[in-house]
Design a protein around this ligand. Structure first.
Ligand SMILES: [Zn+2]
Length: 381
C-alpha cells in the first residue's frame, strides 16, 4: 500500500511539473480565445481529477500505516503534493481572468486566489468530515437505517454549508445597495408588478478587489434567507436597463424556488456519496486497508466516479432548466431585449464562445449563449 501511495504521489508531482513547464513555455497554451477557451475549460475540469485519486489513495492507505506519526506524515505529505499540484491549475485560472476585458491586469493575484481556494478547501474538508462523522454516529451509535441516516446527514450538512457560504458572501460584500439606488427602485417597481418578487429583499454589492468578474447571482438555500449579489464590475459594465433584466432573471430564480431545488439536488448527491463511501470503505471510518491496493483503488475511485457521472450530470441538467425558466420569465415581463444585450456583454467579458461542444454543454450549469440569445419566448404569459 505504501509503495502504491508513493507511486501515485510521484505521478502527481511529475504531472504537475510537466504541465507547469509546458505552461511556462507557451503563453498561448491556455489562451481564452475562441479556440483556446474550450481547451482551457477541459483542462480546468479534468486536471483536478488525478488529485482526487491521490487523496483517495492516501485515505485508503492510512490504515496500512503502523503509527500515528507515520499517518500524520503521510497526510502532511499529501497536502504538500496537493499544493504543488494545484500550481498549474491556479495559473490557468489566473490567466483566464487576467485577460478579461476591462478588468485591470493586477486584479486577480496568485496569493489572493491561493487564499480563497485554501479557505474553500478547508471549509469543504470541515463539512465533509462533519457529514461523515454525523453519518457514522447515526448509523453506528443511534442505529438509524443507512439510507435514512445518509439523507439526514447529507441534507443537514449541505444546508449548513450553503448557509455558511451565503454568510461568507455577505461578509465579503461591500454592503447592501441603499434604498434610493436606481436598482432598488427598479426592484420595488418590479415587486409592484409581480408580488412573488418580494422574496428578494436585499441586493449585496460585491467589491471589485475580491470579485473581479461581471456577475450576479441569487443565494440562500431557504426561501426566507434569499438575497441577490451583484459585482461592482457588473454595475459598471451593464446599462441600467440591462442590470434590471439580470436582476429580474435572479428574482425569477427566487420566485420559482430554484435555489431550494438545486440544494435538494446537492443533498441527494451527498446522501448517495455517503452510501457509496460506506460501501467502498466497508464501514466508516476504518479504511479498507486489508482489501489490497488494487482492489482498494477500484473500490474508492469507481464509486466516486459513478457518483460524479450520475449526480453531476443531472445537477447540471436541472440547473440549465432553471436558467431557461428564469430567462423565459424575463421575456414574459417584456424585458427580453435588455436581457439579450446584457447576455451579449456577459459573453464578451467572459470571452466565452457562442457554442460549446457537446461534452461541455452537457456539464455546464448554464445553457449555451447561442441558445440563450436566439430563444424566442412568448411575451404574454
Ligand atoms: Zn441564472
Amino acid at each position: 500500500m505504501i509503495y502504491l501511495m508513493l507511486s501515485v504521489w510521484a505521478a502527481a508531482l511529475a504531472l504537475s511539473l510537466g504541465v507547469h513547464r509546458r505552461l511556462r513555455r507557451s503563453e498561448r497554451a491556455l489562451a481564452p480565445s475562441e479556440q483556446g477557451w474550450e481547451r482551457r475549460q477541459l483542462f480546468l475540469v479534468l486536471y483536478p481529477l488525478p488529485l482526487l485519486a491521490t487523496t483517495a489513495t492516501t485515505i485508503a492507505g492510512l490504515g496500512a500505516m503502523k503509527t500515528a506519526l507515520a499517518q500524520a506524515a503521510a497526510l502532511v505529505f499529501n497536502l504538500v503534493v496537493a499544493a504543488v499540484y494545484m500550481i498549474p491549475y491556479l495559473e490557468a485560472l489566473r490567466r483566464g481572468a487576467h485577460r478579461q476585458e476591462e478588468a485591470p491586469a493586477s486584479s486577480l493575484r496568485m496569493h489572493r486566489m491561493l487564499g480563497s481556494l485554501a479557505m474553500t478547501g478547508l471549509l469543504n474538508a470541515v463539512f465533509g468530515l462533519a457529514m461523515v462523522g454525523l453519518f457514522w454516529w447515526m448509523t453506528k451509535r443511534v442505529h438509524v437505517p443507512t439510507v435514512l441516516a445518509a439523507v439526514a446527514a447529507g441534507g443537514g450538512i449541505v444546508l449548513a454549508a450553503q448557509t455558511v457560504f451565503a454568510w461568507r458572501i455577505r461578509l465579503q460584500a461591500a454592503g447592501v445597495l441603499a434604498a434610493d439606488h436606481p436598482l432598488m427602485a427598479a426592484l420595488a417597481e418590479m415587486r409592484g408588478r409581480v408580488a412573488a418578487l418580494g422574496e428578494v429583499k436585499n441586493v449585496y454589492l460585491l467589491p471589485h478587489d475580491l470579485f473581479p468578474v461581471v456577475n450576479a447571482y441569487v443565494i440562500g438555500p431557504l426561501p426566507g434567507s434569499l438575497f441577490v449579489a451583484v459585482t461592482e464590475d457588473l454595475l459598471r459594465a451593464l446599462s441600467p436597463a440591462e442590470t434590471r433584466a439580470i436582476l429580474l432573471h435572479d428574482a425569477a430564480h427566487a420566485r420559482e424556488r430554484h435555489t431550494l431545488l438545486l440544494t435538494a439536488c446537492c443533498a441527494v448527491w451527498a446522501a448517495v456519496a455517503l452510501i457509496f463511501a460506506m460501501g467502498a470503505c466497508g464501514g466508516l471510518p476504518a479504511p479498507a486497508a486489508h482489501a489490497g491496493p488494487g482492489l482498494t483503488i477500484v473500490r474508492v475511485i469507481l464509486p466516486g466516479l459513478g457518483t460524479v457521472l450520475w449526480l453531476l450530470l443531472p445537477f447540471a441538467w436541472l440547473s440549465r432548466r432553471c436558467e431557461r425558466c428564469a430567462d423565459g420569465f424575463v421575456h414574459r415581463m417584456g424585458e427580453g431585449a435588455a436581457l439579450r444585450s446584457a447576455l451579449i456583454k456577459l459573453q464578451r467579458f467572459t470571452q466565452a464562445p457562442s457554442r460549446w461542444s457537446w461534452w461541455f454543454g452537457t456539464m455546464a450549469t448554464h445553457p449555451q449563449y447561442e441558445w440563450r440569445l436566439n430563444q424566442r419566448y412568448g411575451t404574454v404569459e
